[in-house]
Design a protein around this ligand. Sequence first.
Ligand SMILES: *Cc1c(COP(=O)(O)O)cnc(C)c1O
Length: 434
Amino acid sequence: MASSKLAIRGGSPVREKAFSIRNTMGKKEKEAAMAVLEKGDISLFFGSPGPFFLGGPQVIKFEDAWKKKYNYSHCISVNSWTTGLMTAVGAVGVEPGDEVICAPYSMSATATSILFYGGIPVFADIDPVTFNIDPKSIEKKISPRTKAIMLVHLFGHPAAMDEIMAIAKKHNLKVIEDAAHAPAVKYKGKYVGAIGDVGGFSFNYHKHIHTGEGGLIVTQDPEVAQRCQLIRNHGENLIESMNISDISNCIGSNYRLTEIQAAIGLVQMELIEGYIAHRNKLAKYASNKISQIPGLTPPTIQEGCEHAFYVYAMKYEENILGVPRKKFVEAVMKELPPAQIWEQTPFVEAYIRPLYLNPIYQKKIAIGKKGFPFSMNPSVNYEYHKGLCPVVERMWEKELFHCPLIREAVNESDVDDVVNALEKVVENIDELRG
Ligand SMILES: *Cc1c(COP(=O)(O)O)cnc(C)c1O
């Protein structure tokens, strides 16, 4: 180590050379996209009965490839996972006034997708070890109006599916899995995404693989699959030709993936396992060292689970180190080169603010100005106050910090620098006190 004086106090940093950024688009992706362009059929979707209601050949091939590779009975591609989540919520039959028990530590769309069908997100707390929705908290939030559970496999670690499915069975609830961080991840031998009624993945730029924008809904249930197809593509026009008896939530939108994106996705999907293996190797390497550093706790992988390491999340203990997390993360960041983009950032404080602290819940103004959908059950006062879920708030305010850097573009020697920066700041923590 060049200097024991912390960089934030004028010492020399652990590393100055910028970390590499991944470019996941290769020759094969370009060829696949060009082949579609040359043919000219950039999208063949048609929003009425006929052969192209389900899209063109690349879209069908992409969906079939996921079915085959990951044993999903049905896959429905969409133009984003945000629209995929909305589709899933509609397809399981969420109606205005239905409550959906939801994870508060996730990307905003996990919960907002519920609001678009008039459903009301009811937030359960998280487990402090996996950061996923806590089944014990779910049980406490069940009411006669509960229709579904919306969970996320946060950072790529599966939620407690056995416990959650048992609760769902007991109370006759649907289960939706936001698996945006966890493609190709198994929970007790089964791929996540379709262990519940429906779930799926995101293909935006930041996710393991991407198609620019895009998403994929997965399910083992043929009826849910059909309803997803209707919502994706103007289902209202298909009601008669397909003899749909329950026409609720069949109004469709245009959530269609293009042929170019599907062609790129077909190439990209071959990369997922390699990326996950690389991230697991680096994560294990980092965790072996970080577990020796007082005050820091590396992520765990629970028995029967795999981890996709969308990000590598750690815990910080102020009680042991004697300075707040903010000061610590600032000091560590000064030891490492500045980042241009999120993927190149060694450390980020917390993850997101717990979703219920967003103004749409605080003010209960989501769809229109009159309080819909919260106003659907006038006898219930929906709670979104600070303090509602103490564990998630503790993670957000004090304990959790994450490393988006542990990805394809870095290697073990880069991880050494990151760990050295943590070690250096911990060893010299006295310089940050007072
Ligand atoms: C990225 C993400 C989404 C949304 O996916 P998009 O494809 O960007 O619409 C939803 N949930 C989680 C947990 C995500 O990380």
